[in-house]
Design a binder for this molecule. Structure first.
Ligand code: ADP
Ligand code: ADP
Length: 228
């Protein structure tokens, strides 16, 4: 599904280059559930943002769904990310002024999906996520766990093949976090959604099928997990 080859990201200050990512190569196949771990500042978010085309590498080659991303123009990259990717954030990033229903519907409006189809898609995911009763509430009226469910519903509403999540349980208590991880596992196993998450939690990382450890902008180790 995606391949990063000799990818680096650095910032210039004076004559010096400060490397955030340094010669990272990584392949992710469709259907994988990858957890990225590593200390603060090791480059995890930068790596996830580059994969999600929210950020650009300084050097290297990047392929996604058969496209050479490093050769694409901004507009083409946005189109690719809109078609294939959903994003989940630590702090949910819901729009406070919109209801649960409207938050989830937003990506479909950007994709010019017609009203009747939007209605059916949102109704379906509200039902699946068991939040029909919350649809007219605003984010501030929900618990953190519920807000993250809405964030995930919004990320999934346009049926992306790849879900990218940066510390999705970082603001949640452990019970809420477990529920979100169980949901990720289900999405991955039952719906075939490829998932890449950044996490500080070893326990949450182990929900994945592979754990990648970053250190100082390099992949320090990588470990495949065999779940029963
Ligand atoms: P992590 O997610 O592992 O905590 P990040 O990818 O957020 O790491 O950041 C890695 C490093 O990149 C940090 O040390 C950060 O200070 C640095 N960094 C990020 N953005 C910039 C920038 N615009 N200019 C200089 N350094 C930056
Ligand atoms: P969970 O652990 O299931 O995510 P909580 O225990 O935090 O949820 O919240 C329990 C209930 O309290 C939820 O049904 C939620 O709707 C309600 N609730 C939580 N925070 C707020 C709030 N700020 N305003 C109104 N209701 C809230």
């Amino acid at each position: 599904m995606l391949s990063l080859q000799h990818l680096s990201k650095y910032y210039q200050s004076g004559g010096n280059k400060t490397f955030v990512l340094n010669d990272v190569s990584l392949d992710v196949d469709e259907g994988e559930f990858v957890s990225i771990m590593g200390p603060s500042g090791s480059g995890k978010s930068t790596l996830l943002n580059i994969i999600g085309m929210l950020d650009e590498p300084s050097e290297g080659y990047q392929y996604f769904a058969g496209e050479a991303v490093h050769l694409l123009k901004d507009k083409q990259r946005s189109a690719l990310s809109r078609t294939y990717m959903g994003y989940v954030f630590q702090a949910y990033h819901l729009i406070d002024e919109l209801t649960v229903y409207e938050n989830i519907e937003t990506p479909l409006i950007y994709q010019n999906i017609k009203g009747s189809e939007r209605k059916a898609l949102v109704a379906d995911i509200l039902d699946r996520f068991n939040i029909v009763g919350k649809k007219d509430l605003f984010p501030s009226q929900l618990s953190g766990g519920q807000q993250q469910l809405v964030g995930i519903a919004r990320a999934l509403i346009a049926k992306p093949k790849l879900l990218l999540a940066d510390e999705p349980t970082g603001n949640l208590n452990s019970k809420q976090g477990d529920e979100i991880m169980e949901l990720f596992l289900k999405l991955n196993k039952e719906d075939g959604v490829t998932i890449i998450q950044v996490t500080h939690s070893e326990k949450n990382a182990e929900y994945g099928s592979r754990i990648i450890n970053l250190l100082d902008g390099k992949i320090e180790s990588s470990r495949v997990l065999n779940h029963q």
